[in-house]
Design a protein around this ligand. Structure first.
Ligand SMILES: [Zn+2]
Length: 350
């Protein structure tokens, strides 16, 4: 066990209110009306005659009302003049369409996040495509589970977002953005989403870490039907050390949970967490295993129908990294379902 993290800010903002974490940096907290997800943190940065807003909240009427309260009471009468999105997940980008319209301002985001957001918001169907059903069937989901999956519709992304702006300002890894006369450096991470931007201000001693680094949970990293062989966990673990350029004494502002100190030990703990899960999974694959049968290796809690699909995405991310490392191989059974089994290389690694 490593030393626990420090949480130096003793309180949390109420919905429709703010807390100043450093001069000119306001913490906003919005609900996420999805069971188990709780709240998201958003950040307002004083920016001359206006405010730069980092992330926006899900499309949800009460969140819009909380924003109006904040605009009326907490911003000194100044408008939002720029929106930065760390990444394209609906709890982050959901209100960007509405806010860019409301204030006549622009969305700043990395290219791949914008492309995915636009694409997913347009990719909405009454039923999932057969390739998606076949993907889950190969992972071992039975016909009853697949029928349920079909009933959920496809392209639910669009429901969680106001229209994704049709024009954007691209931000890139290593770029420095001046906000309120201070430099914020973009540090891109991968794995949780395609091109996730963290923002580091050395002058303020702050890192806006988005979902790339969270204090209490490890960010969701999943493989989806659109790219069954992708290796996002490999991308995630390879990109995490990039954040080590940020000094350890930096106050980290994550999207979920409280601002914390202890960035470097949190980065190490996240790597170790995945190492342990990879090891357990490789061991479980000593015998050829169907993916749905290894879910209990990674998830001790009871899984409902929907969370079983989410869990499969995460488990496959771990399996695909083991495959990339040559420790596990993928074979198709006579039933068309994939089996994953450890290779001799895995025994050598153990
Ligand atoms: Zn996210």
């Amino acid at each position: 066990m490593s030393t626990p993290l420090d949480y130096p800010i003793g309180s949390r903002p109420e919905a429709g209110s703010t807390i100043e974490v450093k001069p000119g940096v306001l913490w906003v907290r919005m609900p996420i009306p999805i069971p188990g997800l709780d709240t998201i943190n958003l950040w307002l940065l004083a920016d001359g005659e206006g405010w730069t807003l980092v992330d926006t909240g899900l499309k949800h009427k009460p969140i819009k009302e909380h924003w109006e309260t904040i605009f009326a009471r907490h911003l000194g009468g100044k408008p939002v003049t720029r929106i930065v999105a760390t990444h394209m997940h609906p709890d982050h980008i959901g209100q960007a369409g509405w806010l860019t319209e409301r204030f006549g301002c622009r969305l700043w985001i990395t290219q791949r996040e914008w492309l995915f957001a636009r694409m997913l918001s347009l990719d909405s169907l009454p039923e999932p495509p057969e390739t998606a059903v076949a993907f889950y069937r190969r992972l071992g989901f039975d016909e009853a589970a697949l029928a349920e999956f079909r009933s959920w519709g496809y392209g639910n992304f669009a429901r969680g977002v106001t229209p994704i702006p049709t024009s954007f300002r691209r931000i890139r890894d290593g770029e420095e953005i001046a906000i309120g006369g201070r430099r914020w450096r973009v540090i891109v991470g991968e794995g949780h989403s395609p091109e996730h931007a963290c923002l580091h201000s050395p002058e303020l001693g702050l890192l806006i870490s988005g979902d790339q680094v969270l204090p209490k949970i490890s960010p969701h990293i999943g493989v989806y039907p659109s790219e069954p062989e992708m290796n996002p966990l490999g991308d995630y673990l390879a990109s995490l050390p990039r954040l080590k350029v940020v000094p350890d004494e930096t106050l980290v502002l994550p999207s979920h949970g409280d601002p914390f100190l202890g960035l470097h030990r949190r980065l190490d703990a996240l790597s170790h967490h995945h190492d342990a899960r990879l090891e357990a999974l490789a061991a479980a694959c000593a015998e050829p295993r169907v993916l749905v049968d290894v879910l209990p290796v990674l998830f001790k809690r009871e899984l409902n129908a929907r969370s079983r699909f989410m869990a499969a995405h995460e488990a496959l991310a771990h399996v695909n990294l083991l495959i990339a490392r040559g420790q596990v191989e993928r074979v198709t059974g006579a039933d068309g379902v994939l089996r994953f089994r450890a290779t001799s290389r895995s025994e050598a690694a153990a």
